[in-house]
Design a protein around this ligand. Structure first.
Ligand code: GDP
Ligand code: MN
Length: 397
């Protein structure tokens, strides 16, 4: 589950990570009030207005702007709220901005220069360990840094039983070229950041940029956080951070009815029981020259009602040009599923205008095939995997 920058920062702050402080607002008046409150809390008189959407690169898209007085706060907030923010990480139509974060300006001039760093904590799947990835090249697109100057990206792998050790925190500060107060601040920062990551069962904390202020404080200016959904039961306070306006509406609906659905870009919808078979089916579709439009695991109980719900969900995606149903009848009997397909087809009436290929294998597969073939509907049955692939290919060409 992804959360907003302001929510990520509140988790960071609870774990002792210094953050660029701010308050959220959803109207221009609210933004001015937030700025006034922030002025009282921090003494700041310059503010950054930051669009709160689940996508990075907001600065490039005009979603992060500096305001030097309350009038500018009102004008900029009014401009950003409700806009369709297009960034390098959104689709072409962008994301609607419902909230802005009014944050203190932390790039004030002072005794030393400000510097921006990159830092993230994530799981290194190959090593099976958490890792801190960091770079002197903050504020930039890290993928570009990785491509052009990979030597400027450092990593620190953490032993799960020991946690982040003090010498590792010092090595991070050293590699970032820090001295004196800033060095000490960085060791505290990285230690607290790692704690925040571990204790919130996150899969990612990406802070870009981490700022060294002109008075040598180290703070998080941005926060991109992904929480592990499977651990949410341990964090009841995180549940309210879900913002379904940011999520794919078809996926939200599928989740509500207990279907495991992931929207993809292709043209062949698929309905499969079991995640492994679903993955294999997606490969099959690709081999047949198609692209899967979704991943959909209907689960072990692929009964008529679930089949019908799954149909409805798949058909919501306008790019679906054909549907491949691939069900293995182990616990569930194939003839039941076949009857479910026939019933769903009839119930949905003219909602289905695209070819459907059904492959049922396992218990009572022969009866199932007969049911499909004699239904008089525009549904083709296949027994073998290859046969199903050929039929998908035929309807796509
Ligand atoms: P992103 O573009 O979505 O990654 O959003 P960020 O939160 O990283 O902000 C984008 C950029 O805005 C940062 O890299 C900074 O250069 C700039 N920025 C953020 N906060 C401040 C601030 O307090 N003052 C000034 N002058 N610039 C800021
Ligand atoms: Mn950023």
């Amino acid at each position: 589950m992804n959360i907003h920058e302001f929510q990520g920062k509140s988790i960071l702050s609870q774990h002792g990570v210094r953050i660029q402080r701010g308050l959220v607002a959803s109207t221009a008046e609210g933004a001015v009030q937030a700025a006034k409150d922030l002025n009282e809390q921090t003494g700041t008189s310059w503010f950054v207005i930051k669009a709160q959407v689940h996508a990075g690169g907001r600065g490039k898209g005009g979603g992060v702007k500096l305001a030097k007085n309350y009038d500018e706060v009102a004008t900029i907030a009014d401009q950003i709220l409700g806009m369709q923010l297009v960034t390098p990480q959104t689709s072409a139509e962008g994301k609607t901005v419902h909230q802005v974060l009014i944050a203190e300006d932390v790039y004030y001039p002072g005794e030393s220069e400000t510097s921006e760093f990159y830092m993230s904590v994530l799981l290194d799947r190959a090593a099976g360990r958490n890792m801190i990835m960091y770079s002197t090249e903050g504020g930039m697109d890290i993928e570009t840094v990785a491509e052009q100057t990979p030597q400027l990206i450092f990593t620190e792998t953490i032993d799960p039983s020991a946690g982040l050790l003090p010498f590792q925190a010092r090595r991070v500060a050293f590699n970032l070229g820090l001295r004196g107060t800033a060095f000490k601040e960085m060791t505290k920062f990285v230690t607290a950041l790692y704690q925040a990551y571990v204790q919130s069962d996150a899969s990612l904390f990406e802070i870009n940029p981490v700022l060294k202020t002109s008075d040598d404080k180290i703070m998080a200016v941005d926060a991109k956080v992904s929480l592990d959904e499977n651990a949410l039961f341990r964090h009841k306070d995180f549940l309210e951070m879900r913002d379904i306006r940011e999520e794919n509406p078809i996926e939200v609906e599928a989740k509500e009815v207990g279907l495991n659905y992931v929207d993809l870009d292709g043209n062949v919808g698929c309905m499969v029981n079991g995640a492994g078979l679903a993955m294999a089916t997606m490969d099959l579709i690709k081999q047949a020259g198609g692209e899967p439009a979704n991943f959909l695991d209907v689960g072990g109980t692929a009964d008529a009602a679930r089949v019908e719900t799954a149909f409805r969900i798949i058909l919501k995606d306008p790019s679906v040009k054909a549907i491949l149903i691939n069900i293995f009848g182990g616990i569930v009997r194939c003839d039941r599923v076949a009857q479910g397909v026939v019933d769903a087809y009839k119930n949905l009436g003219d909602a289905i205008k695209i070819p459907i290929i059904v492959r049922l294998q396992g218990t009572n597969a022969d009866i199932a095939k007969e049911l499909i073939d004699n239904s008089g509907l525009d549904v083709q049955s296949a027994v073998e995997f290859q046969e199903a692939a050929d039929k998908v290919q035929a309807v796509l060409t």
